[in-house]
Each structure stands twice: as C-alpha cells, then as structure tokens.
Design a binder for this molecule. Structure first.
Ligand code: PLP
Length: 285
C-alpha cells in the first residue's frame, strides 16, 4: 500500500482548526450534535469487546429499514473505513475499477494506494452532473471488477434516477462484477426516499453512516450492507483484522440515537432546507 494524504483531509476544517475558518461554506455534515442533546446515560455500559459485526440492535434497525437481514449489515468506523475495507477486499495491485468522478476521496485514493488501475467517468456540469448510463457501461472492460458511484452525489447532491440505477445494476449482475454505492448522504434526500441500494441486488455493496444528515461524525459510526454472504464474511474478516470490533461506546450511542432519529428528522430537514435556500440566494447574487 502506498499511502498518501488526501487534500480533502489535509484541508478539512478540523485539521485547519475550526476556530481558524471564518466562513465554512463546504461543511458536509449537518450542524454537529452536542453530547447533551443526545440525552443518554451510559453508566451501565460494559466496556467489553462487542459483537464483531456490530451492535445487533442497530444492525436490526438498519436492516429492517432496508428490507435486509441483520447479518447483511456490518457496522464500521464511519463510512470511510467501510470504503477502505471494500477496496482492500476487492482489489489487488493491477486490478481494474471504474469510478464515477468527482467521488469521495477514499473511493479513489485507496484503490490508488493498492496500485489498482482506475478508469474515470467524469461528470459534467452541462449534463447536470448525471452520468449517461450507456456511456458508463461502455467503459466497463472485461477485467473491470468494480464500478464505484456516489448517490446522492457529493458534492453536487444529484440523485441517480431509479431507472438508471436499475440498468447499471442489471449490467453489473450480467457481468458478475460489483457495484459500490456510497450513499452517505442518503437521508438528506427530500422529495422521495432513496432505497438502500444493497437491497436491490446481491452484487451491490452500499455504504452510509451517521455522520452527515445526523450530524454525528464524532462518534465514527458507519456501515456497509450487502446481500452476498461471502462478501459479508470477507468484510467481517477485514474489520476483525483492523479493529476486531467497533467501539462499545460509539455503537451504543449510535443505537440509542437511531431508535429515536425520526424525532429529529423534521428539524434536520427544515434546517438543511433553510441553509440550502441561503446558499442558493447567495449564489444568485
Ligand atoms: C461521499 C462520502 N462518503 C463517505 C464519507 C466519510 O464519512 P464518514 O466516515 O464520516 O462516515 C464522506 C465524508 O465526507 C463523504 O462525503
């Protein structure tokens, strides 16, 4: 592995120092939550090693929402570690993948650190930052192992229409390759809920976390979902080699929060809409 720091992390507000950033126009998480707002008491929590797949209660909540089973969900240290585990599970030096770009840095830098060959499909402003599914499929080569997309897209917020996703999934299934969908902004969709993409096919691995919509990047809790039991076993092996298991504290907090997340959702949505309107009017000016 040839690790190099990613500019997005070097320049992140936490690395620059929050106090040094006067106008933070690119914060990706909803306003960060305070501990006191979670209103939890963890006095009884036993700080043991926990279930290696992750908190069973939280996995069950996520699985029920997604129409999956709890053992088709693995909790991870933020979406970032899930993305790392997936790249290292699927790719070796010289392996080929197709990445729709812009993409979250880890989805490019980890394959690069592994020494994989990356083909890029570049999204264009003139095309509304949507990919043309036929053009994307035409770029899949016989040795492509993985196609990597982000829905809703970061940084544009563009959502891939269901019919397009369906067509891409059908192609991935036909070829027996993998589709990675980074859906870390999934809960920020306003018009209609976006499906958990892993629920649509056993060839899809989808990844998300509590960081963005829920404003909890500090508890480092994400997950990967996949219907394929062999892939889940591989991801568990990867997780055990890196972490053994997740943090008992983060997972318990995440579980307690997630049980009640629908209580805060209307406020979160309203606030995001408010901020979006502010940015739009600023852009127009
Ligand atoms: C698209 C996308 N995926 C994954 C991540 C990683 O987030 P986390 O590890 O906090 O869940 C980010 C963070 O900026 C992101 O924008």
């Amino acid at each position: 592995m040839n690790y190099q720091r990613m500019p997005i992390e070097v320049e992140s507000p936490e690395q620059m120092g929050y106090g040094n950033v006067k106008y933070n126009l690119t914060e990706s998480s909803f306003t960060d939550t305070k501990w006191q707002d979670l209103n939890v008491n963890l006095d009884d929590l036993v700080l043991c090693y926990v279930d290696h797949l992750g908190h069973p209660g939280l996995r069950q909540l996520l699985a029920t929402e997604a129409g999956l089973k709890a053992d088709q969900v693995i909790l991870t240290v933020g979406a970032a570690s899930a993305l790392f585990m997936i790249s290292t599970a699927l790719l070796e030096r010289g392996d080929r993948l197709l990445v729709v770009r812009p993409n979250y840095a880890t989805n490019i830098e980890t394959p690069r650190a592994i020494g994989a060959q990356i083909d890029f499909y570049d999204l264009k402003l003139e095309e509304g930052f949507q990919f043309d599914v036929d053009r994307l499929i035409a770029m899949i080569k016989p040795d492509t192992r993985l196609v990597s997309i982000t829905v809703p897209h970061n940084p544009t917020g563009v959502v891939t229409p269901p019919a397009v996703l369906k067509r891409l999934i059908a192609e991935v299934e036909r070829r027996g390759i993998w589709l990675l969908v980074d859906e870390t902004y999934r809960d920020m969709a306003f018009d209609h809920p976006i499906p958990y993409t892993a629920s649509l096919s056993p060839r899809v691995i989808s990844v998300s976390s509590l960081s963005k919509t829920w404003g909890l990047p500090g508890i480092r809790l994400g997950w990967a979902m996949c219907q394929d039991s062999k892939m889940m076993e591989t991801l568990l092996a990867a997780k055990e080699q890196i972490f053994i298991c997740g943090s008992a504290v983060d997972e318990e907090l995440g579980y307690r929060f997630y049980k009640k997340k629908n209580e805060v959702l209307p406020r979160v949505r309203e606030k995001i809409q408010e901020k979006r309107a502010l940015v739009l009017s600023w852009l127009e000016e």
